[in-house]
Design a protein around this ligand. Structure first.
Ligand code: FES
Length: 119
């Protein structure tokens, strides 16, 4: 995958205040699929791949949270993840974590992906 970085993902103003949205960077058969999370004013980005069995978290696409909005949830087997660090707190991958992606917000309010994998 050849992708110019940093990559604009979305304008921050377009994000839900407490929620998660999917994003895709790159093309072809294996783009990077991620999830951008905003909660209590903090932003995080994770690879949209569950550490249990490698499935994407959202089924249906774009549905990432529990009904009460307190946790990220993998639809396949119900693993629950903290918004703040992606750690699995319940389910078949408890103690493991989503892969974090480095992001920042520029002066124009764009959320930028800085690298394709966390360092
Ligand atoms: S693939 Fe996510 S809980 Fe099993």
């Amino acid at each position: 995958m050849t992708t110019a970085l940093p990559q604009v993902l979305v304008r921050r103003a377009a994000l839900p205040l407490d929620g998660a949205v999917p994003f895709t960077v790159g093309e072809g058969d294996w783009p990077l699929r991620g999830v951008l999370v905003q909660r209590a004013g903090a932003l995080q980005a994770y690879v949209n791949r569950c550490p249990h069995a490698g499935h994407r978290l959202d089924l249906p696409v774009g549905k990432f949270t529990t009904p009460d909005g307190l946790w990220l949830r993998c639809a396949s087997h119900g693993a629950l993840f903290r918004f703040s660090d992606g750690e699995c707190v319940a389910g078949p991958c408890a103690g493991r974590a989503l892969q974090s992606l480095p992001i920042t917000v520029d002066a124009d309010g764009n959320v930028l992906l800085l690298a394709l994998a966390a360092e």
